[in-house]
Design a binder for this molecule. Structure first.
Ligand code: CA
Length: 226
């Protein structure tokens, strides 16, 4: 789950990033509405946490603009303006939830999990390829009916590959899904995760496209896989 945090209060933003990363979220941060709209257009996150009081534009204006592009992108509003009016307005404009500052980070986590669950249940909760099943609700992976131990990054990598089965994904695309901006990424990080996935699910699962990236192999109908 990749989040975009739009918040101009730097100490709050740093604290939230730290807390959410420790809970397994990939989280990127911008401080202005304009930067948020740019990121949403170019590197769409799975969910947006949007402060209403931004320096360059009103958070509700950001929400309206992003809704025109992404009707389904979940948005959780944050605001210091603890008025019923803002809340009603925000929800009318298509926010999924709302949190008034100051709030407890555990409360935010609980709300995010509710949105995450809703997301998983509106899509399909299972991605399958042959005997491989990835359950987005439980965040678990099964091979031939047996649960496979998998790290958070391996899970996210496998999920991204399954969602884009048959498509070639560049290393840069995969890194952007797995890591937050500014996070230290070893140059061979993706390679290492792919290596682990192959060990767990078979060498044939992922094809290396030399100099480009990786592709999850969709076997021909009727073939035995993995
Ligand atoms: Ca603010």
């Amino acid at each position: 789950m990749q989040l975009l945090l739009v918040e101009d209060d730097q100490p709050l933003a740093s604290g939230l990033q730290k807390a959410l990363r420790s809970q397994g979220f990939t989280i990127n941060h911008v401080s202005t509405g304009a930067a948020a709209l740019h990121v949403i257009a170019t590197q769409t996150p799975d969910m947006v946490i949007l402060d209403l009081g931004l320096p360059d534009m009103d958070g509700l204006a950001v929400l309206k603009k992003l809704r025109k592009q992404h009707a389904q992108l979940p948005v959780l509003l944050l605001t210091a303006r603890d008025s019923v009016q803002d809340k009603v307005q925000g929800l009318n404009d298509g926010a999924d939830d709302y949190l008034a500052k100051p709030f407890d980070v555990n409360e935010l986590l609980a709300r995010l999990r509710v949105i995450e669950r809703r997301l998983s249940s509106t899509k399909s909760s299972q991605l399958t390829l042959g005997k491989l099943v990835l359950d987005t609700l439980e965040q678990s992976v099964w091979l031939d009916g047996a649960k496979v131990e998998i790290s958070r990054r391996e899970y996210m990598l496998l999920k991204t590959l399954l969602e884009n089965a048959g498509r070639v994904l560049t290393r840069a695309t995969l890194e952007a899904r797995l890591y937050s901006w500014g996070e230290e990424v070893a140059s061979n990080a993706i390679e290492v995760h792919i290596h682990h996935l192959r060990k767990k699910f078979g060498n044939e699962l992922v094809k290396t496209i030399r100099g480009v990236g990786y592709q999850l192999v969709v076997p021909p109908r009727g073939a035995q896989i993995p």
